[in-house]
Design a protein around this ligand. Structure first.
Ligand code: DC
Length: 242
């Protein structure tokens, strides 16, 4: 077990975690935030909240279909905050004063969010807000473009990946535990298409930043992943003090 002194040795770190869908990015990010006392921001939740807002207001969900002025007004009307839940102690997302942490995880939002997150104006607004959230650092943010676009100067950049079969099996198990009736094939296809959409969109596509460290967790358990990340933060410390 690593000690908490690490936090004091790297001044206000910014950790960027990117990677494919269902790689366990948020699990690692939350655990790291807890261990080191960092703020955690789930940037994917922001794209999900915008999607939820557009859906609730019956607005089109693709760049081609939505009128630019309508989109601009909708984005002006969207206010996103993260607040720590008194119950769980975890950061939860609020949309215009309403806690939508659960509602943004529905299948309906999940199946539309890739289209909404590909709209350039949506990305520009979200990236600007994410950059303001940096404040004085002490932050871990996960997503698809954090190390490449949001914080290109992050102290540590991780790019998470895992064998697609292992990811599909993990996600399938997770969904089954939640009571969802879905086949492994459906889960595998959904992951493949989301990865493809994230990698091929024009605006800040998912890609590994040149200076990101790859964390392939196909064969790693939770503690091993956390150790991996903390080891890399410690290396930064020794580089910084040489
Ligand atoms: O991490 P997630 O599955 O909750 O993300 C939801 C969607 O948002 C996903 O389709 C990819 C997109 N996303 C993005 O384009 N950029 C980010 N920084 C985070 C998420």
């Amino acid at each position: 077990m690593h000690n908490f002194a690490l936090k004091m040795s790297i001044q206000n770190p910014v950790v960027a975690i990117d990677g494919f869908s269902s790689c366990g990015k948020s699990t690692v990010a939350k655990a790291l935030a807890k261990r080191l006392g960092l703020r955690y921001i789930d940037s994917g939740a922001m794209y999900r909240a915008v999607t939820l807002y557009l859906m609730r207001n019956g607005l089109p969900l693709t760049a081609d279909a939505i009128d630019k002025d309508v989109l601009a007004s909708a984005l002006d009307a969207i206010h996103i905050d993260f607040k720590i839940s008194a119950e769980s102690g975890l950061s939860e997302i609020w949309l215009n004063g309403e806690n939508v942490e659960q509602e943004i995880r529905t299948m309906e939002v999940s199946s539309n969010v890739s289209f909404v997150s590909a709209i350039p104006e949506v990305r520009h607004r979200m990236v600007a807000q994410q950059q303001r959230m940096r404040e004085d650092g002490n932050l871990v943010m996960d997503g698809r473009d954090i190390g490449t676009t949001v914080f290109p100067d992050a102290d540590l950049k991780l790019f998470m990946t895992a064998d697609p079969e292992v990811r599909a099996a993990r996600r399938h198990k997770e969904l089954q535990l939640k009571g969802a009736v879905v086949t492994l094939d459906e889960v595998r296809n959904n992951l493949q298409s989301r990865d493809l959409e994230d990698q091929s969109r024009k605006e800040s596509p998912l890609r590994k930043a040149d200076d990101a460290v790859i964390l392939d967790n196909t064969q790693l358990d939770f503690e091993e992943q956390l150790d991996f990340v903390i080891r890399h933060l410690e290396q930064l410390k020794s580089v910084g003090t040489e």
